[in-house]
Design a protein around this ligand. Structure first.
Ligand SMILES: *[C@@H]1O[C@H](CO)[C@@H](O)[C@H](O)[C@H]1NC(C)=O
Ligand SMILES: *[C@@H]1O[C@H](CO)[C@@H](O)[C@H](O)[C@H]1NC(C)=O
Ligand SMILES: *[C@@H]1O[C@H](CO)[C@@H](O)[C@H](O)[C@H]1NC(C)=O
Ligand SMILES: *[C@@H]1O[C@H](CO)[C@@H](O)[C@H](O)[C@H]1NC(C)=O
Ligand SMILES: *[C@@H]1O[C@H](CO)[C@@H](O)[C@H](O)[C@H]1NC(C)=O
Length: 378
């Protein structure tokens, strides 16, 4: 099978992984009024981006989400989301009756102190200089956790965060995706875990120190279960959920570390509510009970446009393959029965079912009940 495509294509890649939650010390928000988490901010990669990447300088390079059929199921137009519809953060803010978070770049300078989303498709946890130094790879977008937080600081200087909610979406998956795409050896992949979790930890710590009291930390997706890896590594060892074992080990290990960080921060900041959503565990639970969740296809993407480009034979090195139109390829007629949307990202149906699990099922949220359980209806 074709080797991984050019790193810039993988860019949009989100990434993935898991582990199960031990309850950590955070208690239910003392007397928090469920009516108003405000403002709400989000950080992360393409699994949380509600429209930044298509408006950023990276748009010209490769932004399939700027065109249909992205958005076609729910919004009936492309919004810049890497899905046919809503993302997990959309389901959460809707359940809180706060509507959808505008992308930070939707109205530059006009959202001062207001709810907004800083997540960017392709973003890495490590800044590009560090990623380049450690793994000799780069990203298709200059954005990273650091630049997302820098934009946040500018937009919210002096703001009062006592009722704010931060949705800290998946970040760090792309660091691994870029390294995998470039066939970096184990030693290099191993060198990434510590700096990535350190970066995430210090970012969360700085939000808490600034007075944010409510934080959702989204675990990494189970990398080995995503179409991209199921296809490109087809034939290599799979686990009992049908996911590629070698890649699964990466997300498992990262999630294990991430969960420890969240546990530690919750202990250190007792006045705050920090909840960990175990993305990987929820995802494999749904794979294992696919028909119960109305999914008839858990491996193939509903829409093959973006994926096809990504796994194009590596002989096609001309930039034309990067810019090849994806708009002529058709999506499946029943995305509600598919887990995967474009080979990397998931469908509205899958994201919605996952968020419901986080808000209602003790197995996928630690602690549970969490500070959102009482405040959401989904
Ligand atoms: C991003 O690029 C696409 C394709 O070139 C274009 O149609 C779209 O309008 C751009 N989006 C923004 C927000 O500039
Ligand atoms: C980094 O990668 C490039 C291209 O893959 C290669 O030519 C170069 O030798 C690498 N540099 C180091 C320091 O490994
Ligand atoms: C945000 O609100 C605070 C408090 O009202 C204000 O002091 C600050 O200037 C505002 N920040 C921005 C970037 O407008
Ligand atoms: C993996 O390869 C087998 C045999 O060619 C094929 O039947 C299967 O559909 C492939 N799996 C994926 C996810 O493409
Ligand atoms: C399940 O999928 C079918 C289409 O195959 C759809 O009509 C139905 O609404 C879905 N049910 C749920 C509960 O999502």
């Amino acid at each position: 099978m074709a080797s991984f495509a050019k790193p810039q294509l993988l860019a949009l890649v989100l990434c993935f992984l898991i582990s199960i939650g031990t309850a950590h010390g955070s208690s239910f928000a003392a007397g928090h009024d469920c009516k108003a988490f405000h403002p709400i901010f989000a950080f992360g990669d393409s699994t949380t981006d509600t429209g930044n990447q298509v408006r950023s300088s990276a748009n010209g390079t490769f932004s399939p989400a700027a065109n249909p059929p992205y958005g076609s199921t729910f919004f009936k137009k492309a919004t810049g989301r890497y899905s046919d519809g809503r993302l997990m953060v959309d389901f959460l803010t809707s359940a809180l009756k706060e509507g959808f978070l505008p992308a930070h770049l939707e109205a530059p300078g006009k959202l001062r102190n207001a709810s907004q989303n800083f997540a960017v498709a392709g973003a890495t946890a490590l800044d590009l200089k560090t990623l380049q130094r450690l793994a000799n790879v780069t990203s298709f977008t200059p954005e990273s956790l650091e630049s997302e937080l820098a934009a946040f600081s500018i937009e919210t200087a002096g703001a009062d965060f006592s009722n704010a909610l931060v949705y800290f979406g998946e970040i760090g998956g792309n660091d691994f995706n870029y390294a995998l795409a470039a066939h970096r050896p184990h030693k290099v992949l191993n060198s990434l875990f510590k700096p990535i979790t350190h970066k995430i930890s210090s970012s969360l710590d700085s939000l808490l120190k600034r007075g944010v009291k409510h934080i959702v930390v989204q675990g990494q997706f189970p990398m080995g279960c995503i179409s991209l890896y199921l296809k490109t590594l087809n034939g290599t060892k799979t686990d009992k959920h049908g996911c590629i074992q070698s890649v699964m080990q990466i997300s498992d290990r990262h999630n294990h570390k991430l969960k420890r960080i969240v546990h530690h921060l919750a202990k250190k900041h007792k006045h705050a509510n920090i909840v960990f959503f175990d993305t990987s565990a929820a995802y494999v639970h749904i794979l294992d009970h696919a028909s119960k969740y109305n999914f008839t296809n858990v491996q193939d993407p509903c829409y093959v446009g973006a994926l096809q480009q990504m796994i194009m034979p590596s002989t096609s090195t001309s930039s034309s393959s990067i810019h090849a139109p994806v708009i002529n390829m058709k999506a499946c007629p029943n995305p509600q029965n598919y887990v995967g949307w474009d080979g990397i990202h998931l469908t509205d149906a899958m994201y919605g079912k996952m968020m419901k699990l986080f808000l209602t099922d003790p197995s996928f949220s630690s602690p549970f009940p969490n500070f959102l359980t009482k405040c959401t209806k989904i």
